[in-house]
Structure formats: C-alpha cells, structure tokens
Write a protein of this length. Structure first.
Length: 480
C-alpha cells in the first residue's frame, strides 16, 4: 500500500499529469477538476467504465490496462493508495525520477493552487461514516445558495450528476480521508466531523492514535469546527479541543444545532433548532442517520454566515449520492439496492434505512467483507448487525483491496458468528449467491448489497436470477 507523505514538499508546478488507477472514485474526481482547470491529463485503469468515458469526453488520454509506456511525456505521476508497488507505471515513474504524488498530495496541491488563494475557504468533511453524504449535502446546499463551490467527493452527488467540479466561488469542499491520515494535509478553514468510530486501526495501530489524529485535524481548522454531539468518539474529541469556535449538532439537548421531531418512515423529515428558532426540513432521502448528516451540513453553512431558513430549504435539494442506498431495479416485485456500508455501524444505518421503507416485506442482505484485517477484527460485530436488522444474509468472500490475505480469514468468519445459522449463507461463488437471492426473495422484499468493494458488480447477476425465477415473463420496472 502506498501512503501519502504528510511532510512532502509539493513542487511549484506539476506539468502534464498521469493518474495510475484513474477510474477510482477519488482519483477520477481529482482528475476531473485538474482537467476542468486546464491541465493536461492522462491515466490508466485495469478495466473500462463509464467513469473513464466521462474523463475521455473532458479530454483525458485514457489507457485500459497498465504498461510502462503509458506514461508518455508525463511530468508528474499520481497514484492511488490501493496501488501495488510492482505496478509497471509506478516503477517506470521511479526509474525516470518523476515526482510521484499520492492522490491526497495531488488534491492538496490542487486546492492550494485553485482559483484565488486569498479568497479560498476549504471545508473538509471527515468521520468514520457519513462523509460522502455529508459532503454531498454541503455541496448541494452551497450550489442552491448560488455559491458555486468547487468540490471533490467520494461519490457522485445525484442532483449534480458528478463527484467533483471546478467552481468559481470561494468555497472548496472535500471529503477528507482519515483512513491514511491524509485529512491532516489540507489547509482547512471549516472542519466537519460526522463521528469518530474506531476504524482503520491497520493504519493507526490504536484507538487512541485514531482519536489523536481527529484532535489535530480539528484544532488546525482556521475558522470553525462542527462536530457531532451524539457520537461517543466525537464527544471524546470535543472534550480535548483547544479550538475557539466549535459548533455541535445532534439530538442531544446540549447540541448547538439540535434535531427534533424526527420522522424516519420513507423520506426523512425533522426539525432543526438553532439559536432558539425551529426550521422544518423534509429531505428527499430516507434514513434517520441522514437527518443527522443534514444537521451537520446545516451547522457548517450557518456557521459560515448563511441565513438559517434559506439553508434549511437548500438542504431539501439533496437527492442522495451514488452507492448510498442506491436503487438499481425492481424485478417481480423485489427491489434491489446497493450501499457502500463496510463497517458495522454503517451496516446498521443502511439496514435501518431499508427497514424504514420495506413495509411488510423482508430485507435480504448481500455482504461482501472489506479488508482481511477489518473482517478479522469485527466479524462478530458484522454478524450482530446483520442478524439484528436483516431477515436473511448472504456472505461473499473478502474483498482484500490493498491488503494481502490473512490465513483463515474468509467470509465464513462472519457467517459462523451468527447465532441462528438458518438466517445466513456463506456463498463465495457469485453466481451461486445471486441464485440464492432469487430463491429466497419474494414480492415486496428488498435486496441490498453492502460493501465498499466491488459487490455492486453482482447486481446484474442478481437481476438476471430474479428474472429467471419469475413465474411468468416479466421486465424490470423503471421506478422504485
């Protein structure tokens, strides 16, 4: 795994950029803003995709597969942390002595050199869960308030149809990644912390080190810190902050921005109380957790000086983000969704959202464990979350991403921790897993794939299996 260098002295100029792994959500977003800012960009990825087509349309030179000669006349090479060090393009960059930037360092350079540096105000959104949605909410509201922000998010913002953009306004909004410590790189004006739930201990080593990083990140913000009042980890961070301006949000009575009168059935609605005045917010997305995400975004925007009532209305424009409770199709009355959840807390929130919309049907989960280390450490917590909130769970094998396998760690580790073995299947073969979904599912049920790996790729197989088991010829509906 290639990690960002927090002490790296960035070059004054980057010249022509080549991205190795340009199709990833973070890499493609950064590449897009470089392209829209007038830079010459090339890149490669292991397989073609609609994301690569979009970058081609903007003028990028794209290669499918990896080879040393793809670097061409590149002056700077940008790499993803998931890259293996034997990648031929990475090795060619080292051989040539070219500057090699982790994507976080490249984003840091981009932020510092984008637009008018004297006016730029960076909003960095961090937290173990909810970053992508919260970033999307802040960006959507700023756009609705005519602020035209620049942004780089970890997922496509549905209402804007993209995950990044080079705007003309003073605000730059980023999903700041704590997993590798890179959120400490940025010259943050406003720090939004959604929660501090123990994760990424493969990088930090201990929960205390993880907490320390959030304290440093928050105290370094030049203007404002917005942080959850409800999350225990966030409360521990809040207690240690020396920052002069901290705004809390949540359902707690002590919250500066307080969520009240929450209605979670279907699209979520709630009242947000700020400075003694109540504002009703009706979101377009389901899930009680999204009320809290919206409250955090509200706190950021009013903290920046936007009028509270207008901010509440602007947040109602948010349509969701890609791979966050994303509906794909309905076949023979079975709705199929995908979600990025890859931590037990996120799984619980995603399944609770499914419960809020499924009605009398059942929730069938397809879980792809992400990372061998996380699976080994949290198998019991995953099993508990699925057994509590899903009617049946199908567990695939581990998506290792940046990690080497750990002996004895497979998806079976999660399945074996279920108390009721009749409610879970460990099915490492994807076609067999899709067929098992179709065998179980009946009209009115909701199927959800969950992982930040590539589990979404199983959805076409699930849909085909559902169609094949229909009692009569049936097509997919065009609406949820």
């Amino acid at each position: 795994m290639i990690k960002p260098d927090l002490s790296l002295e960035l070059p004054a100029t980057l010249g022509r950029l080549h991205f190795v792994g340009i199709g990833g959500s973070g890499m493609s977003g950064i590449a897009r803003v470089f392209l829209e800012s007038g830079y010459e960009v090339s890149g490669s990825d292991r397989s073609d995709s609609a994301t690569l087509d979009g970058l081609r349309h903007l003028g990028a030179t794209i290669f499918v597969g990896h080879a040393a000669d793809h670097l061409g006349s590149a002056d700077t090479v940008v790499v993803t942390g998931a890259l293996w060090e034997d990648n031929p393009e990475y090795q060619e960059a080292l051989r040539r002595g070219l500057p090699v930037l982790h994507r976080a360092n490249a984003l840091d350079w981009l932020i510092r050199h984008h637009g008018d540096a004297a006016r730029r105000r960076l909003i960095s959104v961090a937290g173990a869960h909810g970053k992508t949605t919260s970033t999307g909410m802040v960006v959507t509201a700023l756009a609705a308030l005519d602020a035209d922000p620049s942004f780089v998010n970890g997922g496509v913002i549905a209402g804007l149809g993209r995950s990044s953009r080079a705007g003309s306004g003073e605000f730059f909004v980023v999903e700041a990644d704590e997993s590798d410590g890179s959120f400490e790189l940025y010259d943050t004006a406003v720090a939004l912390i959604t929660n501090v739930d123990d994760d990424h201990l493969d990088h930090y080593g201990t929960a205390a080190a993880f907490e320390d990083a959030f304290v440093r990140f928050a105290d370094a913000a030049s203007e404002l810190v917005v942080i959850s009042s409800d999350d225990a980890g966030a409360a521990a961070v809040r207690a240690r902050l020396a920052h002069p301006r901290v705004v809390t949000f949540g359902v707690a009575e002590s919250a500066d921005v307080r969520v009240l009168d929450l209605v979670a059935e279907g699209p979520v609605s709630f009242t947000v109380r700020y400075l003694g005045v109540d504002h009703r917010v009706a979101l377009r997305v389901p899930g009680a957790h999204n009320a809290l995400n919206a409250a955090g975004a509200f706190a950021v925007l009013v903290g920046l000086g936007f009028e509270p009532a207008a901010t509440a209305r602007a947040l109602e424009e948010f349509d969701g983000t890609g791979r966050r409770f994303e509906w794909h199709a309905t076949v023979r009355g079975v709705r199929v969704f995908d979600d990025y959840a890859h931590h037990p807390t996120e799984v619980g929130a995603a399944l609770a959202t499914a419960r809020s919309v499924v009605g009398t049907g059942r929730v069938i989960a397809v879980h792809q464990p992400h990372l061998f280390s996380r699976t080994q450490a949290m198998a019991g917590e995953f099993a508990e979350a699925y057994e509590q909130l899903a009617d049946h769970t199908i567990v695939l094998d581990v998506y290792g991403a940046r990690e080497d396998p750990i002996e004895g760690v497979t998806g079976a580790l999660v399945a074996d921790r279920f108390r009721d073995a009749s409610r879970v299947d460990f099915v490492p073969d994807w076609q067999a897993a899709a067929d098992r979904v179709a065998e179980i599912a009946r009209e009115g049920d909701l199927v959800m794939t969950l992982s930040c790996g590539d589990v979404y790729r199983i959805i076409p197989q699930v849909l085909e299996s559902l169609e094949a088991t229909a009692p009569a010829p049936a097509g997919r509906s065009t609406s949820a």
